[in-house]
Ligand binder design. Structure first.
Ligand code: PMP
Length: 295
């Protein structure tokens, strides 16, 4: 599904067939989860294939690497150019892009000097689908910001996401909503969360969540559309008094939520601010409007 005999990936300076690429079983990322990654999308726009907010994604990758003591040997601009090459070599237009920085052999808990960079891409629809979601309050909380760098996209952090999504699905839901270590609403396992109440959007402030690039885009769009957005802490109980809600993320884009646990949001999705933002987001990414690109 992700690759076939024709797929080319970037690995440590070379463009190689995915089927021939190998990694050591002694690598520190596999054993201890110390590696960093990104999730990026490219869209087929009227100006050609364009990676949406490549600069922001690769700067976040650099931040993630830096806090995890990983010496990333490429600039954000170099990584962007390499990514365009990967897309071109695979003839991809609308694509999901996965850069992964993984480490060399190291069985101790010390920084690893050997750093590997891989960039893969494949066609991938909206990963949460396009139907309104049934979401379950997770029994798992997001990682405590005093235990790790929650704003970094670290491989090991995603065990928390897998536990939360699996619990939600095993209980008949599509996705989970997690609280932070203090019990306030944080985010989904792979997307940020917004709710609408009396014409105002609410989302968790930065600090206990991944600083989503789609979240930032939603804030920009809401401002352009003159909607009020409050970045503040709120509880699950407050979500159950909201009119509407949605998740947003690079892979999920903007996707409406029908219900949280047994609470059904009373507003029709089509009447919500989320639906307006969803349409505007699609236009922005697919028409290459207002992008921060290097080339
Ligand atoms: N929160 C988490 C935990 C995520 O994994 C993601 C996906 N990267 C997001 C939020 C959304 O971030 P972005 O909009 O930058 O994709």
């Amino acid at each position: 599904m992700y690759y076939n005999e024709n797929t080319i990936i970037f690995l440590d300076g070379a463009y190689v067939p995915a089927q021939q690429a190998t990694a050591s079983l002694y690598n520190q990322t596999m054993h201890y989860g110390n590696g960093v990654f990104e999730g990026i999308r490219a869209y087929d726009t009227p100006d050609g294939v364009r990676i949406f907010k490549a600069k922001e994604h690769y700067e976040r990758l650099q931040y993630s690497a830096q806090v995890m003591h990983i010496d990333l040997p490429y600039t954000a601009k170099e990584l962007e150019l390499i990514t365009y090459k990967v897309l071109e070599l695979n003839g991809l237009k609308d694509a999901y892009i996965r850069p992964l920085v993984y480490l060399g052999d190291n069985m101790s808990l010390t920084p690893t000097a050997q750093v590997h960079v891989v960039i893969m891409a494949w066609e991938w629809g909206n990963y949460l689908g396009d139907k309104l979601l049934k979401v379950r309050t997770s029994s798992f909380q997001r990682p405590n910001p005093k235990s790790c760098f929650v704003e970094a996209k670290v491989v090991g952090h995603y065990t928390n996401s897998i536990l939360a999504t699996t619990e939600a699905k095993n209980n008949g839901f599509d996705e989970a909503l997690l609280t932070d270590a203090a019990g306030f609403v944080a985010e989904g396992p792979g997307a940020n969360f917004f709710m609408e109440k009396d014409g105002v959007l609410y989302t968790a402030p930065l600090g206990n969540i991944l600083a989503g690039i789609t979240r930032a885009t939603v804030l920009e769009l809401a401002k352009e559309l003159d909607y009020q957005v409050l970045e503040r802490l709120f509880t699950i109980e407050e979500v159950k008094q909201a009119d509407s809600a949605f998740f947003c993320g690079t892979a999920a884009e903007v996707i409406g939520i029908a219900q949280l646990d047994d609470f059904v949001f009373p507003m029709e999705w089509e009447d919500s601010i989320g639906a307006v933002i969803q349409k505007k987001y699609k236009r922005r990414v697919a028409h290459n409007e207002y992008q921060n690109v290097y080339i």
